[in-house]
Design a protein around this ligand. Structure first.
Ligand code: NAD
Length: 276
């Protein structure tokens, strides 16, 4: 399904760890649509993950950068511009990690050092990327920056822990920075609120299987897959969404606007009957 929607466009894709990553699918989709890309991930993820395999498939360089390190982000932007021979058109921020989630520390008994790390890696990194791109004037007019979010920014999901707070901050950064970047350079900034998706980050959340099932049965269209999300990213990087900015866009098969579905009601009734 290639329409060359990104022909002539150049961009950075962060966060491809393995073939399940949303960023992995997005990198492949962008290249299939005619874009040239640079891949990036944290140095440790580059050693543990499979990003070099993806780089071969996409015929592109990999520039390591820890998203919590400003010098790394500056180096990433500068080297990417050197590689492309000029400014870029899009950036995907697909980065998230919570030490509290990893260590199974409850939200009500949080470790504040971990909490700060969660915010730094998962939310402030988005500001860092935007601020660096603006300072280095790395993006062409009508460029597009997208970050991935989750509905726990608006509604509580047990187990999502401090990542919910990080996503809320990130979505706010999209609005605040999008305002300034729009006036300054006509660059648009949005977040995509994606369905639960089976990836390394996703599966780390406790009760993830139940989340996945519940949202599959609640969403009229079912859960959006990583491939669907990749296609949506392509659209947001393309010229067909030039006037969309400062938005959190739900890409969730209708989950966010459904109270309860008849399928969930039937499951609860069947469970009750079974218990009788
Ligand atoms: N999987 C889901 O259910 C789901 C749903 C909604 C939103 N998201 C979001 O999508 C994004 C991508 O996650 P994914 O599900 O593809 O999982 P993933 O584990 O494949 O990707 C997360 C990436 O973040 C990178 N990362 C972590 N710390 C970093 C750092 N300090 N510097 C640079 N990179 C770092 C990891 O190396 C990894 O590549 C995340 O923001 C996640 O919160 C995921």
């Amino acid at each position: 399904m290639s329409h060359q929607l990104l022909k002539g466009k150049k961009g950075i894709i962060s966060g491809a760890l393995d073939e399940r990553s949303i960023a992995w699918k997005t990198a492949l989709a962008c290249v299939a649509e005619g874009a040239e890309i640079v891949l990036t991930n944290a140095p440790i993820a580059m050693r543990m993950g499979k990003i070099n395999e993806l780089a071969k498939l996409c015929n592109c360089p990999v520039i390591p950068a820890d998203a919590t390190n400003l010098a790394d982000i500056e180096n990433l932007m500068q080297k990417s511009m050197d590689h492309f021979g000029g400014k870029m058109d899009f950036i995907l921020h697909s980065i998230g990690m919570s030490p509290n989630v990893r260590k199974n520390i409850a939200y009500t008994n949080t470790n504040y050092e971990n909490f700060l790390k969660t915010l730094d890696i998962s939310a402030l990194s988005f500001h860092r990327v935007l601020q660096t791109a603006m300072k280095l004037d790395a993006l062409n007019e009508w460029g597009s920056v997208v970050a991935l979010s989750y509905i726990a920014a608006q509604r509580t999901f047990p187990g999502y822990n401090d990542m919910a707070d990080a996503k809320a901050v990130m979505e706010s950064i999209a609005r605040s920075f999008g305002y300034s970047y729009g006036f300054a350079k006509k660059v648009r900034v949005n977040t995509i609120s994606q369905s639960p998706t089976v990836t390394t980050a996703g599966s780390g959340v406790s009760g993830f299987d139940v989340f996945l099932h519940y949202s599959e049965k609640t969403s009229p269209l079912g859960n959006a897959s990583a491939e669907d999300c990749a296609n949506f990213c392509v659209m947001l990087f393309s010229d067909y969404t030039r006037m969309v900015t400062m938005q959190n866009l739900f890409h969730d098969g209708g989950f966010s606007n459904t109270g309860v579905s008849h399928l969930i009601v039937e499951e609860i009734l069947a469970g009750k009957k079974g218990a009788e």
